[in-house]
Design a protein around this ligand. Structure first.
Ligand code: COA
Length: 180
């Protein structure tokens, strides 16, 4: 695979879960609710876009930067019935143990309803046993219990300390997800 996120998004965009559809994130998804989730202290402390207040233009700038090198993209997670945004999934090409990896960063606007589980399970299912990437990687703040539980129960294992605050969680797509 060349270093192009298109090989991954080609598999992801248009996919469905029970409640959600995965679409390419566009300007129309930047609703007041979305900006509210990004800026709320509960979410923003754990997001890479952790400036205090997010605006439409700051989100567009972030998206442009992410897409510029074709090494990252953002998925809009929309409700299949209402087509309203329920969350986002950030995707970035990465490397782990010298092999191709995909770093994922998830934001769910209505937490605790199982949507995170639905999304991560689907991504694992789509990419398992394919040669697009070998590993899924998530950098998770040590304090982020909910995210840690989400990735752990989705088959990820704690790999190593990534930094002072973050842990690195890994799933080997060739071995498949471990039973939760
Ligand atoms: C982390 C996040 C993506 C989880 O998504 P979600 O839809 O809320 O997760 P789910 O409802 O599928 O639940 C996932 C796990 O968290 C647990 N959980 C849910 N609500 C919780 C809460 N309030 N406190 C602790 N654990 C909780 C669930 O029980 C489940 O664990 P289990 O499989 O052991 O039962 C979401 O809460 C979020 O967007 N948080 C803010 C941004 C963020 O932290 N992103 C992650 C960056 S890596």
């Amino acid at each position: 695979m060349d270093r192009d996120i298109g090989a991954v998004t080609g598999e992801i965009f248009g996919a469905f879960t029970e409640r959600l559809e995965f679409l390419r994130f566009t300007e129309q998804h930047i609703t007041p609710s979305y900006l509210g989730w990004l800026s709320s202290p509960e979410s923003s402390q754990f997001l890479s876009t952790n400036s205090k207040t997010q605006t439409k233009s700051s989100v567009l700038a972030y998206l442009e930067q992410k897409r510029q090198n074709r090494a990252g993209d953002l998925v809009a997670l929309v409700d299949r019935k209402s087509m309203e945004l329920r969350g986002t999934l950030g995707l970035s090409l990465a490397a782990y143990e010298g092999q191709r990896a995909l770093e994922v960063g998830i934001l769910i606007g209505y937490p605790g309803a199982g949507l995170g589980q639905e999304v991560v399970a689907k991504v694992v299912k789509i990419l398992s046993g394919r040669s697009v990437v070998r590993f899924l990687v998530a950098g998770i703040d040590k304090e982020n219990i909910r995210s840690r539980r989400l990735f752990e129960s989705s088959g990820f294992s704690l790999s190593q300390a990534k930094g002072q605050r973050d842990d690195l969680w890994i799933l080997d797509l060739q071995e498949g997800s471990k039973p939760s």
